[in-house]
Design a protein around this ligand. Structure first.
Ligand code: ATP
Ligand code: MG
Length: 449
């Protein structure tokens, strides 16, 4: 019996989880480099934690009645030992977990940063993915508003270095837990009067997380919300002073902001300062970064209570803004020299020459054939051109016989303008020197006639 020939199924990536292709990776690397340098300027140290944590870490910290825990987490049972695990939806809880586990605060407060993929089961759309990337900072063990100001200034400096314009900073204070509780009671009482106007989501939240109702995007609820009791009216003297000092620090350093009394953020662990950087340039996904103070989280997760604050930015959203002003992004050349060969004997020489150039610190790409024999020089030269290399190094039969190579300038460079030969043959042992000399405009190499 003959088996019907089966077409092989082509597999696709998981919905909402993106490949970052080489041409995009350049921009990612640029962003990471600028961010790293900025964070270093403030003395923040990198920390790397696993992407999988126990599910309880997030339910206990983010809060059971939040969007993330209610519907966005990727949870699974470890088939080997039955543990309940989660792909991290954010990283603050994990950093706090690691800090407690490794006694990081034993010898004083810590300034930390992290970067990596996060996972939320959301409806994929522009700026909203299921695997996305955050870069964040966490200042653990600091109580004063000066550190709130420090992390905000650090964000502002990052936007400046990236030449990102049009990000608006919104600030609010949530007060302390008991102040929030008093506001919550008043809010629930107020909203109950309008129960008929509330949508299904808001009715459910009335019991679980009424503060989040203030954050609703439903236009029909905006009138009700405008008249709701404001948290700021329940916030005590000390909390207000913290907020006012933060404002003074920011103004003294030229950071402008607006106070948004409705900014509550989608995680339960915040108190006092919360903030977000928003833009109008990304459509519905206007929040590019956010954070705040979480003075109770360390204690809540079993550590010795200590104050803390931090923020996280969404790398995809920042990169989308960067792409809009691409003129600012430096082009990253991945190749100085492209090495060509035309035969088996020349191929060996090409290998040796390429390694020699790399040892001298140059970025070298070597032609390798896609079939058996090397392609014609003309075809190879097209690849050399496309590589962005400044020079081609050509090794043919004649070069092998003479222990030489031919250098060809591929770009209209300064030395060409000065009248240097565009193509020169040099002995192999003088190649590195010749390349460095050529690029600085010096002479002393044999010109090919
Ligand atoms: P949003 O209101 O857009 O859902 P959020 O309040 O859930 O954002 P945070 O938890 O504060 O976001 O995370 C900080 C940043 O991470 C956001 O400002 C955003 O830039 C980014 N971010 C959050 N969720 C996603 C996602 N699903 N895809 C891409 N970026 C995201
Ligand atoms: Mg969200």
């Amino acid at each position: 019996m003959s088996v019907p020939s089966q077409k092989l199924l082509r597999l696709a990536g998981v919905k909402g989880m993106n490949d970052i292709l080489p041409e995009q990776a350049t921009l990612w690397a640029y962003f990471e480099e600028v961010a790293r340098a900025t964070l270093r300027a403030y003395g923040y140290q990198q920390i790397r934690t696993p992407i999988v944590e126990s599910a309880a870490l997030f339910t206990r910290s983010i809060g059971a009645a939040t969007d993330i825990v209610e519907k966005e987490m990727y949870c699974f049972t470890d088939a080997l030992n039955g543990e309940q695990l989660t792909l991290r939806p954010e990283n603050t809880a994990a950093i706090v977990r690691a800090a407690i586990e490794h006694h990081l605060l034993y010898d004083g407060p810590k300034r930390l940063w992290y970067s990596g993929p996060m996972f939320r089961h959301e409806r994929p759309q522009r700026g909203r993915y299921r695997q996305f990337h955050q870069l964040g900072v966490e200042a653990l063990g600091f109580a004063g508003p000066d550190i709130d100001a420090e992390i905000i200034l650090m964000g502002q400096r990052l936007w400046d270095r990236l030449k990102l314009k049009g990000l608006r900073l919104e600030l609010n204070t949530l007060g302390q837990p008991h102040e929030r509780a008093a506001h919550r009671a008043a809010l629930v009482e107020y909203l109950r009067q309008y129960i008929d106007l509330l949508d299904e989501d808001a009715r459910r939240r009335l019991e679980t997380n009424p503060l989040r109702i203030l954050d609703t995007k439903n236009p029909a609820l905006q009138d009700v919300i405008r008249g709701a009791p404001q948290l700021i009216d329940f916030v005590g003297e000390a909390s207000r002073a913290h907020f006012e000092t933060l404002g003074r620090f920011l103004r003294a350093n030229g950071v402008s902001f607006t106070i948004n009394p409705r900014l509550v953020r989608g995680l339960d662990y915040y108190n006092l300062t919360v903030f977000e950087w928003v833009t109008e340039r990304l459509g519905a996904q206007g929040s590019v970064a956010g954070g705040g103070r979480y003075d109770t989280l360390i204690g809540q997760l079993g550590g010795t209570p200590a104050p803390a604050c931090g923020w996280a930015l969404g790398i995809e959203r920042i990169l989308e803004l960067l792409r809009e002003n691409e003129q600012h992004v430096p082009h990253e050349s991945h190749c100085d020299v492209y090495v060509l060969h035309d035969s088996e004997a020349a191929r060996m020489q090409a290998f040796i020459v390429s390694e020699r150039l790399r040892a001298a610190g140059l970025q070298v790409v070597q032609y390798c054939s896609s079939a058996g024999a090397p392609a014609r020089f003309k075809t190879q030269m097209k690849r050399a051109d496309a590589s962005g290399a400044a020079y081609a190094v050509i090794i043919g039969g004649e070069e092998v016989a003479r222990g030489a190579v031919t250098i060809k300038a591929l770009r209209c460079s300064a030395d060409a303008a000065r009248g240097s030969a565009a193509q020169q043959r040099v002995a192999v042992e003088h190649l590195t020197r010749a390349l460095f000399d050529t690029s600085t405009g010096a002479h002393g190499v044999e010109s090919k006639g």
